[in-house]
Design a protein around this ligand. Structure first.
Ligand code: F6P
Length: 350
């Protein structure tokens, strides 16, 4: 029911960074509750921080969010724009928000987008953050939405690859995303019954991996090796797809799977092939888990805005949706603890 005693706000919503399944579910929840319960108005900013920076917006009402719950991607568009790397970026954002009569912002993003939100909050912008990323590497939240969908996509791919590996007596190396965190590799590898899982959190010994692979062939099975794009060999280097840095200073990872397959083929004498799952992991419809998580985070975000609880990120802790300071959530990446990795090692080579 509409609470008419509250002040009506005009709220901007943006999605930044890599797209991920569940973004539309957040937007829908925010707008549906914001309009129906609080009577607030919304404006959608296009393409992440580029929207408020350049004043690029679109209407965002109930009609605009109908039917978007199961859709991947984001109806608002996304980009990796960093306003702190653009001359007068912060002033331009503040001016555009004032010009469009926007009282508050809901920023939906990962470490980069929410890092910007943290700094803007410290500079006086009314902002609340919502954590998204398939990488699941944001601090202060147990899960980010998008992760479960990515893991399920990767698991299904691994399930399918088992049969080709067995039929052709090949090693199949599956390279998954996750940047500098191994969550996708760990969960997809465990769920898919991988023979070896390699994460950025621990450098691997390629001879040991070759040993696991050979053992698997001795048991008359073919091995699946899941490697995170950020994994690196002992005394080796991270393999980069591209040397260029984006505006947040990130390199583009990719290529470790191919490198590893060549090494394994040379060391074991068995054919080894690579499958790079890439953006398939970010596409398509979100799982039920991600739809529910994204919806609950969106509902909490609009409550925080309604209460003027600025500088917070909504988060999942245990099964609760809570609010934590943005600064706490963006302080450091949440990587896989080595004891979690050790759980998976029981299955290596067997
Ligand atoms: O952060 C999500 C992510 O998909 C990472 O796993 C990956 O390293 C990166 O984004 C790829 O970004 P882009 O689509 O910009 O190449």
């Amino acid at each position: 029911m509409l609470q008419e005693d509250e002040r009506i706000m005009r709220i901007g919503v943006l999605t930044g960074g890599g797209d991920c399944p569940g973004l539309n579910a957040v937007i829908r929840a925010v707008v549906r509750k914001g309009v129906a319960t609080y009577g607030h108005e919304f404006v959608g900013f296009r393409d992440g921080w580029k929207g408020p920076l350049e004043g690029l917006s679109r209407p965002l009402g109930i009609a605009d969010v109908r039917g978007i719950l199961p859709r991947g991607g984001t109806i608002l568009g996304s980009s990796r724009t960093n306003p702190f790397k653009i001359e007068n970026g912060v002033e331009r954002i503040k001016d555009n928000l004032a010009e469009q009569g926007v009282d508050a912002l809901i920023a939906i993003g990962g470490e980069d987008t929410l890092g910007v939100a943290t700094k803007l909050y410290e500079l006086g912008v009314h902002v609340v953050g919502v954590p998204k990323t398939i990488d699941n590497d944001l601090g202060a939240t147990d899960y980010t939405f998008g992760f479960d969908t990515a893991v399920n996509i990767a698991m299904e791919a691994i399930d399918r690859l088992h049969t080709t590996a067995e039929s052709h007596h090949r090693t199949l190396v599956v390279e998954v995303m996750g940047r500098h965190a191994g969550w996708i590799a760990l969960h997809a590898g465990l769920a898919g019954g991988a023979n070896v899982i390699l994460l950025p959190e621990r450098q691997f010994d390629v001879d040991q991996v070759a040993g696991y692979v050979e053992k698997r062939f001795q048991h008359q099975y073919a091995p699946i090796v899941v490697v995170a794009e950020g994994a690196q060999p002992l005394d080796g280097q991270m393999v980069l797809a591209n040397q260029e840095l984006d505006s947040f200073g990130h390199v583009r990872l990719g290529g470790i799977g191919q490198w590893l397959a060549e090494q394994l083929e040379a060391k074991t004498g068995k054919e080894a092939r690579t499958v790079v799952l890439g953006h398939i992991q970010r596409g398509g419809t979100p799982t039920a888990f991600d739809r529910v998580l994204a919806t609950r985070l969106g509902l909490q975000a609009i409550d925080a805005v309604n209460e003027g609880d600025w500088g917070k990120m909504v988060a999942m802790q245990s099964t609760d949706i809570v609010r934590v300071p943005l600064a706490e959530a963006t302080r450091e990446l949440k990587t896989v603890p080595l004891e979690r990795y050790a759980e998976a090692e029981v299955f290596f080579g067997s």
